[in-house]
Structures are given as structure tokens and as C-alpha cells.
Write a protein that binds this ligand. Sequence first.
Ligand SMILES: NC(=O)c1ccc[n+]([C@@H]2O[C@H](COP(=O)([O-])OP(=O)(O)OC[C@H]3O[C@@H](n4cnc5c(N)ncnc54)[C@H](O)[C@@H]3O)[C@@H](O)[C@H]2O)c1
Length: 258
Amino acid sequence: MSESLKGKRVLVTAGAHGIGLAIARKFLASGADVHICDVNAQACQIARDMHPSLSASATDVSDEVQVLAMFEDLARKWGQLDALVNNAGVSGPTSRLEDTTLAAWQNTLDVNLTGAFLCSRSAVPLLRAAGGGSIVNISSVAGRLGFSLRSPYSASKFGLAGLTQTWAMELGPCGIRVNSVLPGVVSGDRVERVIAARAAAGGVSNDEMRDQLVEKVSLRRMTSPEDVANQVAFLCSDEGAMISGQSISVCGNVEHLG
Ligand SMILES: NC(=O)c1ccc[n+]([C@@H]2O[C@H](COP(=O)([O-])OP(=O)(O)OC[C@H]3O[C@@H](n4cnc5c(N)ncnc54)[C@H](O)[C@@H]3O)[C@@H](O)[C@H]2O)c1
């Protein structure tokens, strides 16, 4: 797998932190050229300091003008693209349907769904120029199971499943494969924030909430960012050459979310 990723040109959105950074590192270790974008310019700088071979841009994926500017830069720099990883996603609010504001709903869909649309739309000409390639959408098990108190997040991740199948059909004939990876409970800052929010909403301690989350996983442990990165790299490699239109869970089998 490592050999087939050597020299590939890869864009990872929200690649300065968390799962996105783990994905960027996996591609770098496989010999790919990697560009990350992130809305947090300081995080981009820190990622570049850690990995000087990374290139980075401070880009908000939900902003059409910024996305177009980033792809113009990539077109000038590479002219082609082999893989786009739509990783950018925000958690959105933890609130009952009747308490969810329109602003919170829209912000979540803007980043998680519109961001994937804007980046994928701009990536297509560059993927075509490379003779084909891969788009991987980072979804969530909340894209196949209902998730109470998380309406906008759930809607955005179920939406990615539709885009994955639709784009796989549209782009397959020109050799562009489109898949989704659905992480479960991934260790890191974000899950700790989600645990704190759900613990507060449910009136239990953070430790109790963490135990409750892990009990829903058949393998009884959290997924690591590297577990997710390995699957993304596989899907973009030659070994994944016949996989398209699929939503693949990397979650230790989350049985339900509640
Ligand atoms: N952490 C989990 O447990 C988990 C589980 C399932 C799915 N996911 C999905 O994995 C992806 C990454 O999650 P994570 O846990 O690494 O998140 P994170 O919060 O650790 O990091 C997210 C990164 O996204 C950047 N970002 C936020 N909004 C952005 C925007 N509009 N444009 C560009 N960058 C933006 C942030 O600056 C940050 O660097 C998300 O799509 C998330 O929904 C995460």
C-alpha cells in the first residue's frame, strides 16, 4: 500500500488537528505530497512546524471564495490531485430538537455538508487531470444510526452517505472513486468535549458518560485517529481500486448511539 501512495498529491481538509492530522501524517509516511487546510491558521502553522514537508492554507471549507482560492493555488502548484479527504466537520449543538437554533443547524450543515460539496466540486477537474483518483468523506457512525440531541450533526452525516453514492455514480466513469469512512468514538479532544456536553445534558459525571459510550462499542474501546487514517489510506491506494460508493465503519462496531 505504501508504495502505491508514493508521490500522490493529497488534500486533507481540517488537517491541522485530530483525525485530519493523523490522516495527513499517514499519507506523508507513505511518501505522498500532502496539503492541509484548516480554518485555524495557528493550528496550520503548528502542523507545518511539526511536519515541514506539509503545505497548508488557512481555509474555511464552508466559504466558497476561500475554497476557490485554495484550489486555484493547488492548480498552480500541482495541476492535478490524486485524493481529496473531506475531513472537516464540527460537532454542532447538543440540544433537543425544540431547543436547536436555526443558526446552529445552519452552521453545522455549512461546514459538514456544504464544505464537502464545495471542496469536491473544485477537486473534480484536478482529479480528472490526474486520470482519476479518490474522494473520501469522513462521516460518522452518526451517519448510519440515529443520535439523540444531535439533529444537525446526524443530518449532515446521513447527507454525506447520499453524496457518496451519488458522486460515485457520476464520477466513476472517469476513474474517480468516492467512499465514506464512518469513525465511531475516536479518542481525542473532540470526544472529550462531546462527553462533557452529554454528561451535562444527562446529569452524570464525565467518567460515567465515557463508560456509557464505550459500552456501546462491541470491541469495548475507543477508535484511535490512526485506525481511521489507515482505512483512508487503504481506500486511496491501489489495494482499494475496486471500492467505490461505500460507507465503511471504522468503529469497533458501535451497536447504537442512543
Ligand atoms: N472525534 C470523533 O469521535 C469523531 C467521530 C466520528 C466522526 N468524526 C469526524 O471526523 C472529522 C474530524 O473530527 P476530529 O475529531 O478530528 O475534530 P477536531 O475537533 O479534533 O478537529 C477539527 C479540525 O477542524 C477544523 N475546522 C473546523 N471547522 C472548519 C472549517 N469550517 N474549515 C476548515 N477547518 C475547520 C478545526 O480548526 C480543527 O483543526 C469530523 O468530520 C468529525 O465529524 C469524529
